[in-house]
Design a protein around this ligand. Structure first.
Ligand code: NAD
Length: 488
């Protein structure tokens, strides 16, 4: 499917309309060939003010609809995602560089997120109790008002769907700030929400980078901010938003450890570890980054190398996001090599026929990495796995616990008792047993620990209901005896 110019135009979406922009803009580069595919506006504070004003006005009516009324829009929207899945997947592929299959899986996950949102009327039931004769206490979940969602480059379609359906169905109105590296997918999302009948002003898109994020955190009429991106920026956003007395949930980077025990099933472990480290070119916050191999696991490593060799950049492996990212990832590999790691599969300097100018890095396996090396400590965000050897499970868990991050951890074994030890002692919010990418499916919520998440609760699933609402407690008395103490 060939995308046409209209599908590649990036504009702000305010009060139900796409807006022509005169302000400064920057190139959107496709990582598939390094060429410019569009320009993204760098919005000013004035444009943010306009979007917040439209969201505040829309909130009055939208928040007064019942949950059951609001979900009708999302039934239609969910179906539109399905009908437009090919175009949505092509947009993701063009702006992010992942394979078509990975892009499609991302949209499918977005659909699942909408399916959770349309089930909210079955979950969000208010509570009421007659606490003494004629006196009732009621607790209701009420929306917050205008909320903001700031998203990263690695899932241009799915991560926006972590917040849009739940926040809006629960009665909020939203300002979305997509990554300036991948703004096209959110344009299509805005168009489909409009087509589904979402009232004007309920969803608004403001493009830009650092400056507009800062203005969002400072804006007095924005009640809550969610952020997904690197830990460095998550800390800045969390501090700024909360110092302005806003509710904030900021998800950061990751350094996920997979512990492989010698009794693990060889084929299954090798294919899961390799799929985890190389899927989406290693640019998943749930990707395997360190494999802690306990005792004798060379047979598993041999199988991993065999599996990884079948992953061919440009065929079943997409690009990384930018020339800078490619340079950074290759620098990490070189640093590890110089520090004494054994590069048993080298993804540097790959040449892709027909994709010579694309930002490709091949799957890379580094063995005998030590905990002091940069590849063992820092987020690489590329298709690279660093193998650290451990003498026993205690040492392996200690290595996992030593990371500043805490998104995911996993164990590969056939021994339930040993797996349980990892489940209990891993310092991570999402743990897998014989699963390389332990993303919880809906309605289970998504969120890490330590420097992978700042704020209370998780961003999806049931946990997000608390984030997007505030509770109103009402006590009513309808008995006739006016002297009766209501407490009695
Ligand atoms: P990023 O932090 O560079 O950018 C994220 C967003 O912040 C973008 O919208 C960007 O415009 C904005 N931004 C960038 N610099 C800023 C600054 N100095 N001040 C204010 N705003 C700024 O992240 P990225 O490179 O787009 O995405 C990759 C990162 O996201 C990785 O670290 C990855 O682990 C993380 N991530 C985490 C999760 C999770 O669930 N924890 C999910 C997806 C991605």
């Amino acid at each position: 499917m060939k995308l046409v110019q209209d599908q590649l135009t990036v504009q702000n979406f305010i009060n139900g309309d796409f807006e022509q922009h005169q302000e400064a803009s920057i190139d959107v580069i496709s990582p598939l060939d390094g060429g410019s595919i569009s320009r993204v506006p760098i919005s000013t504070k004035k444009q943010l003010d306009k979007a917040v004003k439209s969201a505040s006005t829309a909130f009055v009516k939208w928040s007064q609809l019942t949950l059951k009324e609001r979900v009708q829009v999302f039934f239609r929207y969910r179906n539109l995602l399905e009908e437009n899945i090919e175009e949505l997947s092509n947009l993701i592929r063009l702006e992010n560089g992942k394979t078509f299959g990975e892009a499609k899986a991302e949209v499918e996950k977005g659909i699942e997120l909408c399916e959770f949102a349309v089930s909210l009327p079955q979950i969000v039931c208010n509570e009421i109790q007659e606490v003494s004769k004629g006196v009732a206490c009621k607790i209701e979940k009420k929306p917050l008002g205008v909320v903001a969602s700031i998203t990263p480059f690695n899932f241009p379609n799915m991560v926006p769907h972590w917040t849009i359906p739940n926040a809006l169905v629960l009665g909020n109105t939203m300002i979305m700030k997509p990554s300036e590296q991948v703004p096209l997918s959110v344009m299509k999302i805005a168009q489909l929400l409009k087509e589904a009948g979402l009232p004007q002003g309920v969803f608004n898109v403001i493009n830009g980078s650092k400056e507009v994020v800062e203005s969002i955190c400072d804006h007095p009429d924005i009640k809550a901010v969610t952020f997904v991106g690197s830990t460095t920026v998550a800390k800045i956003v969390y501090q700024k938003a909360t110092s302005n007395l806003k509710r904030c949930l900021a998800l950061g980077g990751a350094k996920n450890h997979l512990i492989v025990l010698p009794d693990a099933n060889t084929e299954m472990t090798a294919s899961n570890v390799v799929a985890s480290m190389s899927g989406c070119a290693g640019q998943r916050c749930m990707a395997a980054s360190v494999m802690v191999g306990v005792d004798k696991i060379d047979h598993i490593i041999d199988k991993m190398v065999e599996e990884a060799k079948a992953i061919i950049p440009g065929e079943n492996l997409g690009t990384v996001i930018s020339a800078e990212a490619k340079e950074r990832i290759e620098r990490y590999i070189t640093e590890a090599e110089q520090a004494g790691a054994n590069v048993i599969l080298d993804g540097r300097n790959v040449v892709v026929k027909g994709g010579e100018t694309g930002f490709y890095v091949g799957p890379t396996i580094l063995d005998h990495v030590t905990t002091d090396m940069s590849v063992a400590k820092e987020e690489i965000f590329g298709p690279v796995i660093s193998i650290i050897r451990a003498k026993d499970l205690d040492q392996a868990i200690k290595i996992e616990n030593g990371s500043n991050y805490g998104n995911a951890a996993a164990v590969f074994t056939q021994n339930g008792g040993l797996a349980k030890q990892v489940i209990e002692r891993a310092s991570a919010g999402m743990v897998g047993v014989n699963i390389g990418v332990p993303v919880p499916r809906e309605p289970f919520s998504f969120g890490g620990w330590n420097e992978s998440k700042f704020g209370v609760g998780d961003i999806t699933g049931k946990s997000s209901i608390e984030f997007w609402t505030q509770s109103k407690k009402t006590t009513t008395k309808w008995n006739k005896e006016d002297k009766t103490n209501w407490m009695s």
